[in-house]
Design a protein around this ligand. Structure first.
Ligand SMILES: NC(=O)N[C@@H](CC(=O)O)C(=O)O
Ligand SMILES: [Zn+2]
Ligand SMILES: [Zn+2]
Length: 442
């Protein structure tokens, strides 16, 4: 296959030849071979497929929220070609056997995936580390969905084991002892969008995050493990991660939403860590734009509308996001708030480096042909009902996103937004190709 005249994030315009699963040549003036499929990418932007290093695809255990099929369609339609799945499923991914149980479900994936191991009081590190883990984590230092919170002494042991096995540790860092219990009394009731979700932000305080990041990075230094701080939501948290020698990630909801949006979102804006003030959100955005933050990942955490239609303290935490991450970032690039190379680094190059995905994250000869093609000047309104996640709602309703036209996984079309228009490149009427997702560690 030959993609001609594509603009790259660095401003070059090139032809890209794909041979089998790999990028063969990146050059200009490549002539199509006889019988070679040609995609004219004139005025389109070609990006390495996004790597979402933080998703909750819910199976086994919670197929009513999401399945590997719906979630990886959502990923493909959002330009995400690799995902890393978190362990808070049922059973949790805390032993070799439980890893195998998840791997069976993951066979339905249409994009590449990694599976992480998790830590609980009764985890089985011996059998777990025998498996091809992508990373250890998220290791929960506070309870979140799945109630997998662990104490610091167990965390210390687990990080030590990870260091011995040369596995990166992704950490959910909040200090429960610093949560503000008094906020519970202020709740006047109200369910779903009527709930006063600002109380959730007050409850799981900004201090609780940065204090625990300091402790987690100290354990990293003591043990020599590579620590990656998940979903940092505050400038203080990002600065603590950097000072502590860890890598860190920011999620689209902490980049584009703040407590100002909670009037409208209610429990649909409840997640851990919670949304922060507009002032903090701006400072987080600055740190993403200037390269202080290593990666953007979604923490795609779908729950049904029925589950979200509950009181503030009963509703589950988490929002979907795998389909809207790259579109939101590309809209910021269109607006001049982020450079295209920064976007590429945040969602492709850097996650590939942090998680040792050696053949991914770049459009260069020899790399996997995981690619996504967009018209950078064609934003659309984000609509929950248009997304492919099973939960069918989005906290970004009505915002603009620059969505992919075409996504490829290891040289095969996994998503084509205009099926039929392009010589049958996809297999079904929704535009999805029947691609066999592969475990990135196998
Ligand atoms: N972020 C969330 O609010 N929820 C996540 C768990 C997590 O990442 O903490 C979930 O799995 O629902
Ligand atoms: Zn978390
Ligand atoms: Zn998470």
């Amino acid at each position: 296959m030959l993609i001609t005249n594509a603009d790259l994030a660095d401003g070059r315009t090139v032809d890209v030849r794909i041979s089998g699963e790999r990028i063969e040549t990146v050059d200009d003036g490549l002539d199509p071979d006889p019988d070679e499929t040609v995609i004219d990418a004139t005025d389109k932007l070609l990006l390495p497929g996004a790597i979402d290093a933080h998703v909750h695809f819910r199976e086994p255990g919670y197929s009513h929220k999401e399945t590997w099929d719906t979630a990886t369609k959502s990923a493909a339609a959002g330009g995400v070609t690799t995902v890393v799945d978190m362990p808070n499923t049922d059973p949790p991914t805390t032993s070799g056997a439980n890893f195998d149980a998840k791997a069976d479900y993951a066979e339905a994936a249409r994009v590449n995936y990694g599976i992480n191991g998790g830590v609980t009081g009764d985890w089985d590190p011996d059998s777990l580390f025998d498996q091809p883990l992508c990373a250890l984590g998220e290791v929960f230092l506070a309870d979140s969905t799945g109630d997998m919170g662990v104490a610091l002494d167990l965390f210390h042991d687990a990080v030590g084991r990870a260091a011995d096995n040369d596995v990166t540790v992704t950490v959910h860092a909040e200090d429960e002892t610093l949560f503000d219990e008094s906020t519970r009394e202020a709740d006047a009731g109200g369910v779903g969008r009527e709930a006063n979700a600002e109380l959730w932000s007050a409850y799981r305080s900004a201090d609780a995050e940065s204090a625990m990041i300091e402790q987690a990075t100290e354990v990293g230094r003591e043990t020599g493990a590579a620590i990656h701080i998940a979903h940092t939501s505050t400038p203080e948290g990002i600065d603590a991660a950097v000072a502590g020698g860890a890598t860190c990630e920011v999620c689209p909801h902490h980049l584009y939403l703040s407590t100002d949006d909670l009037d409208e979102l209610g429990t649909y804006g409840r997640m851990n860590p919670p949304l922060r003030s507009e002032e903090r959100r701006r400072k987080v955005f600055e740190r993403v734009a200037d390269g202080t933050v290593d990666i953007v990942a979604t923490d795609h955490a779908p729950h049904t509308r029925e589950e979200k239609e509950a009181g503030l303290w009963e509703a589950p935490s988490g929002v979907p996001g795998v389909e809207t991450m790259l579109p939101l970032l590309l809209e910021s690039a269109r607006q001049g708030e982020l450079g295209y190379e920064r976007v590429r680094d945040l969602v492709s190059r850097n996650p590939a480096e942090v998680f040792d995905l050696d053949s991914k994250g770049r459009i260069e000869s020899g790399y996997d042909a995981d690619l996504t093609l967009v018209d950078p000047e064609d934003p659309r309104e984000i609509r929950g009902e248009d997304t492919h996640t099973k939960c069918d709602w989005t906290p970004f309703e009505g915002r603009l996103g620059v969505f992919p036209e075409l996504t490829m996984v290891r040289g095969e079309v996994v998503y084509d937004r205009t099926p039929g228009s392009s010589d049958g490149r996809s297999d079904d009427s929704e535009g999805f190709g029947d691609v066999d997702g592969q475990n990135v560690r196998c």
